[in-house]
Design a protein around this ligand. Structure first.
Ligand code: XMP
Ligand code: MG
Length: 169
């Protein structure tokens, strides 16, 4: 996905989210660090009153393998009770991270919790999770760039590329 394709798709998602969230004063929650670049572009395409917040959930280390063991490394600073929440993710893979977060926000009394993910890798799903807004569905390849990393590198690439298998195998 080159810069132009990303820009076009982010605009389309922004338009849909703007229409759906007008008047709801939502909280857009970016899941660090992967969603940071997408989040920055997306919220500028949603010209309605909103709050933003971030949390950090760990899943991957130096390996291209999800553990299924989600740890909350840094929590929100906003009270989500009775709020409409949109979780902004870089990619839904096994679905373990989102499953954990959706359960958590529902138990904290959020009014509505939806998910916007730039990428969706449905082949590897372990949880029955469907994002409400999806940028691109991709095959089971490890991708980097536009916020996504391999071993903390490549997040600053302005495009998304497939990492060569020989790098992580
Ligand atoms: P789960 O498996 O919980 O994982 O849905 C979601 C998180 O896993 C990371 N992930 C990737 N990161 N390239 C990346 O840079 C990938 O292809 C990839 N697949 C999964 C990512 O942090 C995501 O939030
Ligand atoms: Mg992530």
């Amino acid at each position: 996905m080159d810069e132009q394709a990303l820009d076009k798709r982010v605009s389309e998602l922004g338009e849909r989210i703007t229409a759906d969230y007008r008047g709801k004063y939502p909280v857009m929650i970016g899941i660090l660090k992967g969603s940071s670049v997408f989040m920055a572009d997306l919220i500028r395409r949603i010209p309605i009153p909103m709050e933003i917040d971030f949390l950090k959930a760990s899943s991957y280390g130096a390996e291209a393998q999800s553990s299924g063991n989600i740890k909350l490394e840094s929590d929100l600073s906003i009270d989500v009770k009775d709020r409409s929440i949109l979780l902004v993710e870089d990619i839904v893979d096994t679905g373990n991270t989102l499953k954990f977060l959706l359960n958590r926000f529902e138990s904290m009394g959020a009014k509505e919790v939806k998910v916007c993910s730039l990428l969706d890798k449905p082949d590897r799903r372990e949880q029955r999770i469907v994002a409400d807004y999806i940028g691109f569905e991709i095959p089971n390849e490890f991708v980097v760039g536009y916020g996504l990393d391999y071993d903390q590198k490549y997040r600053n690439l302005p495009f998304i590329g497939i990492l060569k298998r020989e790098i992580y195998e």
